[in-house]
Design a binder for this molecule. Sequence first.
Ligand code: C2E
Ligand code: CA
Ligand code: CA
Length: 692
Amino acid sequence: MFKLYRNYPVKSILQGISSSTSDAERFMFENILLAQTLGLMIFLASLLSVPLGIMWNITTSNIITELIVMIISSGSLYFTAQTKLGERLKRHIMSAFIFLAILTTYITFHEQLQILIWMILIILLLNTALSHSLITIYYLGAVAIIVITTTVVYNPTTNVTLDETFYIAFVAIFLFIIAIIIVINLTYRYIISQMTERFIDISLQKDEITALYEEVTATEEELREQNETITDLYDQLQANEEELRDQYEQLEISNESLILHQERLNFLAYKDTLTGLPNRKMILEQLDILANIQGDDHDQFALVFIDLDNFKNVNDTMGHSVGDELLVQISERMTKMIHKIDLLGRLGGDEFALLIRRNISEESLMAYLQRIHDSLQEPFKLANYQVNSGASFGVAIWPLDGKSSEDLLTAADTAMYKAKESGKNEIQFFRESMKQAILERIEMEYALIKAMENKEFYLEYQPLIDTATKKTAGFEALLRWQSPAYGRVPPLKFIPLAEDLGLIYDLGLRVIREVCKKIIELADCCESEKFIAINVSPLQFKNPDFLKDVQKILQETGVNPSYIEFEITESVFIDNIKETVYLLESIKHLGIHIAIDDFGTGYSSLNYILDLPIDTLKIDKSFSDKITSTNPKINVISGIISLAHSLGMKVVSEGIENEYQVNYLENNNCDIIQGYYFSKPLSEADMKKFLK
Ligand code: C2E
Ligand code: CA
Ligand code: CA
């Protein structure tokens, strides 16, 4: 402790006292520090007393005595504090020296130093207060009493004489005070020692606790470090887990899209995209599967080929979107009707197939199919239209009518074809004899292809009679096929076939070229320029080359286009009205006239009559047939004629066979009449005769 004191400046010691040293150390420090401070002050005071003594005319011997006492006091004070004597003894000795120094000083400078003494006392008191040491207070108290009494006793101004009694009383009081001080001091000492012991105990415990605390702290730190490591690891794991989860999710997404793709592929491969029904491929595969597993001839299953009767008409006149809507509704209606074991599919276009996967008698099958068939008779309510459909059913039974899927399908198709032939809207079971019909169709297709090469086609011309002049206004060119095998084939039979086979475009161009030549020929030979109407199939009309090819023919033949009229049906207007208007206008621009053929059989919308550049309206035979004396609705015809006239169109009525019709049409201002009443279609030669 002393070492600490000696080796360090006061400032750091004071800092040390207040901060780092233990309470026990501080307690001792304070006292020693106080003692040594006092010693130092006394030493300084003694140095000060020399000039003061000279100044105040004090005798040299007195000053020297004072100086010596002061130096001894301060030196003793300083060194006593450093000795290894007991704490208590050290304090007594030190107090005694202080006392001695003060007393000597007072005796020397009694009068003048009275104030100085009080000042020292105040400094000491301040010091004491700072040191918190009770013991110093007692000493100081004693010093105070002594100073006060001696002041009173020796003060020359009080004139008090000293006698023996006073000395005895003084010494007695002094001893008494000392005794009290010693007693208090001992008690205090005892209390302090007890406290110190406990204090040391506490300190030791505290040290132990501190050690423990440090240990705990160290452990805690270690734990924290471990915890951090673990947290790091955990974070890493979590990151990995997250990555894994991400990857897993990614995988799941890919998997899902794969499944979706697969489903979509399956759907595309086996389902019809429009109706969602199984497609041709799936029906055929199912047929194959059934054909392979049905080993026993007693087990049967049936295939029904269903073809819509009116579909082409709907598609042609109302457009493909309406056609699609109808197909969807038909498939929905049939799906509701069929047995849950059976399989309904769409083969394509307006063809459906129903696979009956049950052993069922022909009678119950017929009854079942009749119900489905009848349900299709009910009108279909589409978004903008109400449509009547109806269908023809062809039935083939395994294994009687075919053992493979292809054979069975062909048989059902054949039966359906037969149903169509015998007036549509029927259910036909396959019979061996029907195969002939199919063969015939195939043969005819072949013959038609040959006919194109062999130039078996020619034209007939049916006169068109002007009602005003009763003269021939023109002709309608009608195509004929004279087949070596079949003889004369009606156009209603071979033209759809030519359309199916894609032959119609070339065939149609041939007709146009032929007609152009005929117009020129008529002008040359008969000096009568007549217009000739040409039937143009929608498939021709919609061919992108049509306009260019027609133009080419016009140039080649040098015909006056105003003698040509194209007869087109309403179906060409439906699909792409913008394109059609452009095409019609381009054709009109060439100088060719446009007529609407078969008006009244199709959709007969006023819209396109109003909007399209049409020159002639041709009222269909089915309408002309309504001109009878008994028909109350006959005025519809005159209405149509007036309407067409009000739109600046000419009106042609076709299929006129009797006088009543002629009269009615004449009376109602129909412009042109065509029909057997005047003439059947004529050969070239007959046409010339007719003109003459
Ligand atoms: P279409 O354009 O309606 O032709 C009129 C049809 O009615 C002709 O039948 C004609 O012979 C027939 N006809 C005329 N007057 C009467 C009558 O008073 N009574 C009866 N019962 N029938 C009459 P055809 O020649 O058999 O032609 C049938 C259809 O074939 C034509 O109907 C037309 O759509 C088509 N067609 C004819 N020639 C051509 C052609 O060169 N190109 C194209 N694309 N189609 C043609
Ligand atoms: Ca026609
Ligand atoms: Ca017609």
